[in-house]
Write a protein that binds this ligand. Sequence first.
Ligand code: PAF
Length: 279
Amino acid sequence: MQVFNTKNELANRIAGLKKEGKVIGFVPTMGALHEGHLSLVKASKKNSDITVVSIFVNPTQFNDPEDLKRYPRTLEQDIRLLETVDCDIVFAPSVEEIYPEPDTRKFDFGYLESVMEGAKRPGHFNGVGQVVSRLFDIVSPDKAFFGMKDFQQVAIIKYMVKQLKYNIEIIPCPIVREESGLAKSSRNTLLDEEHKKNAPHIYATLKKARTLVPAMEVKEMKKWIADEINRNPFLETEYVEIVDDTTLKVTENWAEPGTKVACVAVYAGKIRLIDNIVF
Ligand code: PAF
């Protein structure tokens, strides 16, 4: 496994591999790797010749400086983990390497960024657009793999790929969960014991909600999910939304065509968790 810290060295290596006709798969991450990330690496290895993983905690996508400060950073452990799954190339740049000057680009993701994470975390998706487009330019992947836990992010990236005319196939991969049902997330390592014990109540509630469709109206269902999660004294719901899986249009009633996804953001103490379930 090769580890690169500079974009020029990495881009040169990729150019050589492309000349040999290799298909490049890319898994962008912010590190603190867990089985969710490793499942993306495995999907990339299955579908590409060479797998590149980037590890970069992107400051421009954090709307809360405290969140950026406490985001876990475990580079050495991450590199060891990536060796166990035969990753080919790791790209671990510094902030200056990615942003030699501040990125002042403003993306327009239209409606897609007006709901859920976009509404609650102003600037977040603009930062995601900035870093992912820079990484795409450096890595020039043929395929890129993203986890469905960040369901809205996947929709935004697909949109950006069309907007900026990247010739990259975006491959969404299923959520990986702890045995308890809690969606794997780098943020889970920040949960104290009590919150970790109670956080699985989020997915348990979503699963229960799925059994209540269509008997319960959409509006009633959203309230039910929030109330049910909040019943747990260690959890506080920030939002519950039920949306179309591609347009993210907010569902008004079950009869609307298309697949519906219920999405939540929940505070477990100071730690903000997101999760979703396909209905
Ligand atoms: O999903 C993430 O971990 C990040 O948003 C990403 C895509 C690596 C960009 O920083």
